[in-house]
Design a protein around this ligand. Structure first.
Ligand SMILES: [Zn+2]
Length: 165
């Protein structure tokens, strides 16, 4: 059974929940159905895939840890210089560490071993190796999570509720 995207009353994505919990929210009248997948739990009750809360919920900001795994995920497991996708992926400091480049979302990108060696101790412009996209901090941990589902091919219907995925 699928997961359900919960939208805030403002239509902003809030979290991902189980279909069971989503059904409870619907039955209690705390949420309304926005999208369903055409399957029915019982007559006239389609299985939700997106619901929206009737009352606005304030959400505390949750930080996404800067880890190798999360950087690879942000970069779609592809070299940000040549587009290679495979096992030989490393992390590259855009501004090399030896030249003061720190560890941050803006300065760490996924690079294949070949590109990393070729770039060496240079900046992308010195090495004439342009980045395919500007590295940034992911918008929020929820967007990060939602992107995983969409990229894996499930829950395509969530796409229109999440900008930039
Ligand atoms: Zn590469």
């Amino acid at each position: 059974m699928g997961k359900v995207l919960v939208l805030n009353a403002s239509y902003e994505p809030l979290n991902i929940t189980s279909w069971r919990r989503a059904v409870i929210l619907l039955i209690k009248g705390k949420a309304e159905q926005v999208e369903h997948n055409g399957k029915y739990i019982y007559a006239e009750f389609p299985l939700p895939t997106v619901i929206r809360l009737r009352h606005y919920v304030r959400v505390p900001y949750k930080d996404i840890p800067l880890t190798r795994r999360n950087i690879l995920h942000r970069d779609g497991h592809s070299c940000q210089y040549c587009g290679y996708t495979g096992d030989d992926l490393t992390l590259d400091h855009v501004l090399p560490r030896s030249r003061g480049g720190g560890e941050s979302w803006e300065n760490m990108v996924t690079a294949c071993v070949r590109c990393n060696i070729r770039k060496g101790n240079r900046t992308p412009s010195e090495a004439n190796m342009l980045l395919r996209s500007t590295p940034r901090k992911p918008y929020s941990s929820l967007y990060f999570e939602v992107a995983k589902y969409i990229k894996s091919g499930t829950h395509q219907e969530w796409r229109k509720y999440v900008i930039g995925v």
